[in-house]
Design a protein around this ligand. Structure first.
Ligand code: NAP
Ligand code: GDD
Length: 320
């Protein structure tokens, strides 16, 4: 039986990835941080509790990673752990860099020491492209990377050191450059979940307003369940590769609001209030990914569209 180890196992992607791996017959373990409210922290993986093994640890503490790898002896390692919120990375740039950049280095260095034959997935991000867009309005593997946030900079370091360890030490490390992906398990301070939860609260009469930041940026939104399937395919590909995963369709935050509010019989213009607090010191204005390389190489296609993703999320949050 193949063994997969996941950092960030209790996050949005970690939970879907675990389900897909278990369904494919993998033994799964992961790293979980200590929290003072542990029952809330693991809500996304509580239903999998008796099928997986968890180790307490933190990417900043290299010994916690090496100890877990020595004990579990995985064949596949998915490094998903991160401070993943872009706006908050402006408030906590050093912490974000410690976790996302030095933390990733700690994972790769531990693999080099403990299990150099294991295959490693690094959770890279479209945020690394920053202000770069090709002439045809897409970002792809060859697009220059000019990040515009501490989060994007930290992810670019991890992406680069992954490539360095691949060449320098012959490690099998692949970067999945994933565009935004959401789900019913998305943290509620990311824009899709925030808009859906906010619109439902208005519909239920709990409030009349929803405070938002910049409505004019564009994102390429897919579903975490689809994207985590691509992660497994990438590590099972014959060579380590860096590939983009995206839907190829961009929508503005304004369009997101329009679709969600319309779906609930509301007009977003009557309820959305702009609050500067939710703006970023520097914004990434446009993301639209060309994933043709990854689709062909991995024989992968997303099942969810923008509309079915939002319906799936609305259905979930309606029950809360
Ligand atoms: P998420 O829901 O925020 O999950 C992040 C996970 O990392 C959580 O399990 C979190 O644990 C854990 N973590 C945070 N800091 C840690 C630390 N110092 N040590 C150990 N674990 C730590 O994020 P996601 O949406 O699943 O994303 C997964 C990965 O893909 C992240 O690296 C993210 O940056 C990257 N990514 C995401 C997207 C996207 O649109 N979702 C796109 C591209 C790349 P706690 O619960 O304890 O905080
Ligand atoms: N979160 C949030 N809250 N975003 C808002 C708001 C608001 O109130 N109002 C407008 N936005 C805009 C942001 O300015 C941004 O342009 C867009 O909505 C998306 O914001 P997020 O959902 O927070 O995601 P993100 O694009 O910054 O980052 C996500 O995608 C990256 C991949 O491109 C995260 O999942 C990152 O971890 C991931 O790497």
């Amino acid at each position: 039986m193949k063994k997969a180890f996941i950092t960030g196992i209790n996050g949005q992607d970690g939970s879907y990835l675990t389900e897909h791996l278990l369904n494919s017959g993998y033994e799964v373990a992961g790293l979980v941080r200590r929290s003072s409210v542990s029952e809330n922290q693991t809500y996304r993986i509580n239903h999998l509790e008796d099928k997986i093994k968890t180790y307490y640890g933190d990417l900043i503490d290299k010994s916690s990673i090496t100890n877990a790898l020595k004990d579990f002896k995985p064949n596949l390692i998915f490094n998903l752990a991160a401070q993943s919120h872009v706006r908050l990375s402006f408030d906590m740039p050093a912490f974000t860099t410690q976790v996302n950049a030095i933390g990733a280095l700690n994972v790769f260095d531990s693999v080099k020491e403990i299990c150099p034959d294991a295959r490693v997935y690094q959770a890279s991000s479209s945020e690394m492209f920053g202000s770069s867009v090709d002439d045809d309005n897409f970002q792809r593997e060859t697009t220059p990377m000019t990040p515009v946030s501490p989060y994007g900079c930290s992810k670019l370091y991890a992406y680069s050191i992954a490539r360095n360890f691949r060449k320098a030490y012959g490690l099998f490390i692949s970067n999945g450059i994933l565009f935004n992906h959401e789900s019913p398990r998305r943290g509620t301070n990311f824009v899709t979940a925030k808009v859906i939860k906010g619109a439902l609260n208005i519909k239920k009469g709990y409030t009349d307003k929803l405070e938002m930041g910049n409505l004019d940026s564009y994102r390429d939104w897919g579903h975490s369940s689809d994207y985590t399937k691509a992660m497994i395919k990438l590590l099972n590909y014959e060579n380590p590769e860096d590939i983009v995963i995206s839907t190829g369709k961009a929508y503005s935050v304004r369009e997101l609001c329009e679709v969600v509010f319309n779906e609930l019989g509301l007009d977003y213009k009557d309820h959305i209030v702009i609050n500067e607090r939710f703006f970023r010191p520097q914004e990434l204005s446009y993301l639209q990914g060309d994933s043709s390389k990854g689709r062909k190489m991995l024989n992968w296609e997303p099942e969810f569209t923008f509309k079915t993703l939002l319906s799936d999320m609305i259905k979930h949050f309606e029950k809360e």
